[in-house]
Each structure stands twice: as C-alpha cells, then as structure tokens.
Design a protein around this ligand. Structure first.
Ligand code: FES
Length: 130
C-alpha cells in the first residue's frame, strides 16, 4: 500500500470548496544567500504581485506590472522554465536593456501569472535589487 507523501502534503495548502478541493500554489523566493521564503499565491496573480503583497525583499514592481521598469527581475529555477513559458518581445527588450545580470531563467516576475500547476515555483531574487 502506498503511503501518503507527508512532505508534499505539508508543502501544499488545500482549500476545500463545494465538493472539490483546490491547491493554493506557493511561490518560493530565494535570496542569493540561499534564504528561502514560501508564499501562498492567488491563481491569476503575477509572481511580482504575490511578492509585493507579502513584502518579499528585492521585488519592487515600480511600474505596476506593465513590463517597463525591470524592478521585478528574478531568475526562474531551471526545472520550472518549461512551465513558465518564454518572454514576449517587450519583455525580451526590457531584460536586454534594463537588467544588470541577465542569465538563463531571467524573467520579469510581473509577466508570470500563477496557476495551480506552478505550485512550488522557485525564483531567485538578485542581490542588487535589495
Ligand atoms: Fe515593472 Fe515588472 S513590475 S517590469
């Protein structure tokens, strides 16, 4: 008989609805020193908005999510890259011009909308944004 994975169950928050359950996705924000902070997200809200609402250091969101300031830059962990998709042309341009340390995985967190499938999304916040 399979035993439940308690670590996985503890990581997820399940909100029972009327006859159904939903996963509340978490975003894990990592500082460059390796410190981690897991935050409950709302499906449909951006990774930037989730950070700002929860006071995550280094994610400012100065332009309010209009892809014009780059103060929400993060590095998405490699295993999540296929899930978050690729930047559009506007985001590409701003990443090229407005980010000091662009790497594979660089994204504007305002352009990543949370879904249940992104539960556990892990992003590193560059130290120069603190
Ligand atoms: Fe300004 Fe993301 S909040 S580019």
């Amino acid at each position: 008989m399979d035993r439940p994975n308690l670590a996985d169950a503890a990581r997820r928050s399940v909100v029972p609805g009327e006859g159904e359950s939903r996963t509340v996705p978490k975003v894990i924000y990592v500082g460059e020193a390796g410190d981690e902070r897991a935050v409950d997200a709302t499906v449909g809200e951006s990774v930037m908005t989730t950070a700002v609402k929860n006071g995550v250091p280094g994610v400012i969101g100065e332009c309010g999510g209009n892809a014009s300031c780059a103060t929400c830059h993060v590095w998405v962990r490699e295993d999540f890259l296929p899930l978050v998709g690729t930047p559009n042309d506007t985001e590409e341009d701003l990443l090229d011009m407005g980010v000091a340390d662009r790497r594979e995985g660089s994204r504007l967190s305002c352009q990543i909308k949370m879904t249940e499938e992104l539960d556990g999304l892990t992003v590193v916040v560059p130290a120069d944004q603190y």
